[in-house]
Structure formats: structure tokens, C-alpha cells
Write a protein that binds this ligand. Sequence first.
Ligand code: SF4
Length: 232
Amino acid sequence: MSEQDNVHRETAVPIPILLQRLRQTYPDAHCELHYHSPIQLLTATILSAQCTDERVNGVTPALFARFPRAEDLAAANRDELEKIIRPTGFYRQKARYIQETAHTILQQHGGEVPAEMSDLVQLPGVARKTANVVLGEIYQRAEGITVDTHVKRLSARLGLTDSEDPVKVELDLMAIVPRESWIEISHLFIFHGRRLCKARRPECAVCPLNDVCPAPENQTPRQSSSTMGNER
Ligand code: SF4
């Protein structure tokens, strides 16, 4: 993927305003998965596919108490592992990914979760979304932007992309968001998506972006871009 962080374009909602308002609303936006080590975050992120963080956090205390390290996950009894993670859905496939990833990390990366995007996306069950979470959270490296269901939905509603494909959404965001905000914007969008800009009934009446958001769901009168430009 080419680096596009210096190629900014006009958007319906100027990115600085969007960031400023969401920062004010969610000053504590952060990754909500619980973990105590890089392999635990990687495992929790694999479990979070098609599942809420809340539900993942419901199974990981037992999972990490029983299998805390990559060695333990790799050697785990598959049936026992599946039973613990079952509430997260797709548990057979996820158990296989977790164990194959743990094996690969032990055999090819000296037991350390890799710090390179190119290595991370080679791990079973790890695509750019998971890799971006790990790079941003563990290594504070902004190689891309985490695009989950909330980031995808908000990006569309706010007119930042016209694509449904997460990789294209990520590219669109990378082209308009300054690189220093790549990690932060995912946290902000995910917080906003969970709390106000929900999939079914977004709470536009109390949303801090309701005067600028072009989404059809938003019936609040909007400001002109020149008025927005004066905001500090
Ligand atoms: S105004 Fe409504 S649709 Fe737009 S960001 Fe806010 S909650 Fe979402």
C-alpha cells in the first residue's frame, strides 16, 4: 500500500473539525479489548472478528488465565480452547487461527509478535484490521488505519468514502487524515459508533457532529463550510 498521508482532499466535514469535536466528546477514547501482553492483544483481536469487544472481554480472562503465553496457546488442547472461546462465534476457525498464529510466532519470530505490517498479515487469521490494531496499540506505529464495522459506517455517513470495501475505506481515510491522527481517529470513530452513531438508530439529535454531518439519517440543519472553517 502506498503512503498517502500528505495527499489531502476536501471533505464534507473538515477533518480538523471532526477530530476536534470527537476529541472533546471522547477524551478517553482507547482500545477497549483487555490484554496484558502483545500475544494476548493479537489473540483478542482475532476473537473480535464478527463479535463485540464486550463479548471478547467476557471470555479472555478465562482464556488468558489458562493459556497466558504463545507457548500455552500453541500447545492448548483444541477442544478446551474452542469451549472457552465459543461465545465469540466462529469458534472453530478462530481456535485454529489462534493456534496457528501462536505456532508461527514461536517458530518464525522468536516468540515475539512481529512489529511489521508485512509480517503480521502473513499470520493466520490476521488481515490489515488486526495488524493495524496491534501496530498502533503495542508498537505505537501508524502504518494504516483500523477499519472495523464502526469506522466503515461512520466514514460512509460522514462522506469520507463511497466504498464498502474496508481496504478501500482505509485508503480513502489515509488520503485525508494526517498520519499523526491515524491511530486516534479509529479509537474516536469506534467510541462514537458504539455510543451515538449506532448502526440502527444513530442519536443525531445529541451528536456533536450533527450541524456538519451529511448523512441522510441526520435531519439537523447543517452549517455552511465557511462557518465551519472559523471554528477553533
Ligand atoms: S449526525 Fe447522526 S449520522 Fe451523523 S455522525 Fe452524528 S450520529 Fe452519526
